[in-house]
Design a protein around this ligand. Structure first.
Ligand code: HEC
Ligand code: HEC
Length: 357
């Protein structure tokens, strides 16, 4: 507990646990966890955060499950080339994004279509990826594992490689009670690692929880601008209302990414993307689903001068005189950037629990 500002939901959620040890339970969800050999991790929800979306009681993060998930996350052997691990594209120092890569690079240097997203606060999201193609965290890794331009491997090969390893069978046993290596357990372990990635200790979070921090005049001015110009979409403690919207990026003919329409098949969803959280935004450059904008200044210049019309453009970018964009002066842009930097949670970025070494 950090200064009492976190509420621990562990005991509330895990009614079958005693003294932080995982006990046997008649509930099917727990029968795989051996008694007394594995310890539940303390999953803490920052007091200013929304409700959990991840069904944590069905896959409660444990010490051994987390350890296994972490090893899997950083293991290049999950990819066909033995190199491209999850952590290859999701680098902690940059809030688990692929630093400097506009769109991500996978096996054999194959270039993907999209900018790697940060991995943080995943237990609070309802849909995953830029277009919401996945709505359950446990199912997410199947995409990078099998995508040709990411890890380009089959799940059955991954499982065979893990079975042949000298440590994995024992680690699965410690985490799940037997050394069976199944797809479900593979994904559950990865989720246990990722669910623990909670970034909720930025200056802005502390301010929201009325802790002893104060904004500089520029940060405070930026906060007020953010509330009036951005928070309708970048809403709430995670700075996203989790809706899909078209914010007016020009079509990039090399990708011609249809966004949400790819998932729903609906023309009204054309080129809509999930409103991204802005937590740690100062560390996750470049920006937008295809990483086309290199800096926060470039993002704000885009919002004032770069918005392109299309039938699905969000109405908030249409001004009364018929022109497009948000009205923000150059000095206001600097204030907004000062505010956006208060969203960085350095504790999270430097948290050794998530580090490869
Ligand atoms: C080649 C680079 C690459 C690799 C390897 C990779 N990812 Fe990703 N990851 C991405 C990209 C790009 C996206 C955005 C995908 C999209 O929108 O279609 C993403 C999105 C995600 C998301 C969704 C985040 C959100 O906010 O919705 C999760 C979770 C995730 N990756 C986990 C993993 C895991 C686990 C692995 C390993 C099994 C992995 N990734 C391997 C590039 C990569
Ligand atoms: C109408 C909704 C809406 C409003 C208003 C809005 N945004 Fe966005 N924003 C989005 C969407 C949607 C995206 C993702 C677009 C994409 O990648 O295709 C986005 C992307 C971004 C990104 C890039 C995030 C990343 O991870 O790459 C930043 C930074 C950003 N917005 C900041 C702002 C700021 C600052 C404001 C106010 C000046 C603002 N936005 C106003 C919807 C909005």
């Amino acid at each position: 507990m950090r200064n009492g500002i976190y509420i621990t939901i562990l005991l509330l959620l895990l009614s079958c646990s005693t003294d932080n040890e995982v006990a046997n339970s008649t509930d099917d969800d727990y029968t795989e966890i051996p008694e007394q050999t594995n310890t539940l991790l303390n999953f803490e929800v920052p007091a200013n955060f929304p409700d959990l979306t991840y069904p944590i009681t069905q896959n409660p993060p444990t010490e051994k499950g987390f350890e296994l998930g972490k090893r899997l996350f950083y293991d290049g052997r999950l990819a066909s080339d033995g190199v491209v691990s999850c952590g290859f594209c999701h680098i902690q120092e940059f809030s688990f994004t692929h630093h400097t890569h506009i769109t991500s690079h996978g096996v054999d240097g194959k270039i993907g279509k999209r900018n790697a997203q940060p991995l943080q606060n995943l237990a609070f999201l309802t849909d995953f990826t830029w277009d919401g193609a996945v709505s359950f965290l446990d199912a997410q890794p199947i995409i990078p594992l099998t995508a040709e331009d990411e890890m380009n491997e089959s799940i059955s090969n991954v499982i065979s490689k893990l079975q042949a390893d000298d440590r994995y069978p024992g680690m699965f046993k410690d985490a799940f009670g037997s050394d069976d290596i199944t797809t479900e357990r593979l994904f559950k372990a990865l989720s246990q690692f990722m669910v623990m990635m909670v970034a909720g200790n930025s200056k802005y979070d502390k301010w929201q929880r009325a802790e002893a921090v104060s904004f500089t005049p520029d940060e405070e001015a930026g906060r007020l601008l953010f509330e009036s110009k951005c928070a309708s979409c970048h809403a709430g403690p995670l700075q996203t209302d989790q809706s899909f919207r078209n914010n007016g990026l020009a079509i990039d003919p090399s990708f011609n990414d249809m966004g949400r329409e790819r998932v729903t098949g609906l023309p009204e969803d054309r080129r809509k993307f999930r409103v991204p959280s802005l937590r740690n935004i100062d560390t996750t450059f470049p920006y937008m689903h295809d990483g086309r904008l290199p800096t926060l200044k470039a993002v704000l210049d885009f919002y004032t001068d770069g918005i392109v019309d299309s039938p699905t453009l969000d109405d908030q970018f249409r001004k009364e005189d018929g022109s497009l964009g948000l009205d923000i002066s150059e000095s206001e842009k600097l204030q907004l950037i000062a505010f956006l930097k208060t969203l960085t949670d350095n504790d999270f970025i430097n948290d050794r629990r998530f580090a490869e070494f």
